[in-house]
Design a protein around this ligand. Structure first.
Ligand code: DC
Length: 236
C-alpha cells in the first residue's frame, strides 16, 4: 500500500512497469528517480553513471575522449555494475568502487564528448535494455524516454531553470569538498545542455508523450509525489 495525499493505493498493478525520466543536467533526475524507485520498490537505473564510468576509466587509461573507435570497443566489454551497499546505490568497474570518482569535475567536463559517439551509445543502450527487461524499473538519463525505453509505461521530462540547476550542482560539489562558483556551474551547465541537445546521435529531446515536470519551484518531496501521482493515474 502507498499513501499519497492520505489516499491508500494498492501497488500490485504497478509491478513490472517501466518509468523513464529524461531531462537536462541538474534538473534533479537522480535524486527524484532514486526516491520514486524506493517508494515503488523498483530498481533505479542511472544511465548517466554508465557513461561517467566509461569516461572515468578512459581518462585513467589515457584514452582520448575523441577516440570513438577505442571507446566503443571499451564500452562493449567494460563491466560496469550497480550494487546496493547498505541501502546506497554504488557503481563498480571491474569490482572497483568508482561511485565518487565518476562525479569529479574532470569526468563531468569530458562525459558529453564520450557519450556522443554512436558506438558507445549502442553498447550502453544494449546493456540498459538488458537491465530493464523484467520491468519494475525507474530509468533516468537523456534518451531513456526516446531511445532506450520508447514504450515506457510512464515518461517524464524533468526540467528546471539554469540558475536553479547550477545552484544544486554547487551544493552537490560542496558536499564532496569541491568548491567552485555559481558562474562556473552556470556556464558548465549551459555547455553541457548545448552539447547534449545538439549532438547528432540521440540528442536530449522531449518525447511527445512525456509529462513535463518543472522542478524549479518544487521540493524533492513534491517532485516525487507528482511522479507517483502520475504513475497511479496514467499507468494501467
Ligand atoms: O546525468 P549525468 O550528469 O550523470 O550524465 C552525464 C552525461 O552523460 C551527460 O552530460 C550526458 C550523458 N548521458 C547521455 O548521453 N545519455 C544518457 N542516457 C545519460 C547521460
Amino acid at each position: 500500500m502507498l499513501h499519497v495525499n492520505d489516499v491508500k493505493y494498492n501497488l500490485t498493478r504497478l509491478k513490472g512497469k517501466i518509468i523513464a525520466i529524461d531531462g537536462p543536467a541538474g534538473a534533479g533526475k537522480s535524486t527524484t528517480a532514486k526516491l520514486v524507485a524506493a517508494r515503488l520498490g523498483y530498481t533505479y537505473l542511472d544511465t548517466g553513471a554508465m557513461y561517467r564510468a566509461l569516461t572515468h576509466y578512459a581518462l585513467k587509461n589515457n584514452i582520448d575522449p575523441s577516440d570513438g573507435k577505442k571507446l566503443s570497443a571499451l564500452a562493449e566489454k567494460l563491466p560496469v555494475e550497480f550494487k546496493n551497499v547498505d541501502g546506497v546505490n554504488r557503481v563498480f568497474i571491474n569490482g572497483e568502487d568508482v561511485t565518487e570518482a565518476i562525479r569529479t569535475p574532470e569526468v563531468t567536463q569530458n562525459v558529453s564528448e564520450v557519450a556522443a559517439h554512436p558506438g558507445v551509445r549502442k553498447a550502453m543502450v544494449k546493456k540498459q535494455i538488458e537491465i530493464g527487461k523484467h520491468g519494475s524499473i525507474v530509468a533516468e538519463g537523456r534518451d531513456t524516454t526516446t531511445v532506450v525505453f520508447p514504450n515506457a509505461d510512464l515518461k517524464i521530462y524533468l526540467d528546471a531553470s539554469v540558475k536553479q540547476r547550477a545552484q544544486r550542482r554547487l551544493l552537490d560539489l560542496a558536499k564532496m569538498g569541491i568548491s567552485t562558483t555559481l558562474e562556473e556551474q552556470e556556464s558548465e551547465i549551459k555547455r553541457r545542455d548545448e552539447y547534449d541537445s545538439h549532438r547528432k546521435h540521440s540528442p536530449l529531446t522531449k518525447a511527445h508523450d512525456a509529462f513535463v515536470v518543472d522542478t524549479s519551484k518544487l521540493t524533492i518531496e513534491q517532485q516525487v509525489d507528482r511522479i507517483i501521482s502520475l504513475a497511479l493515474t496514467h499507468i494501467h
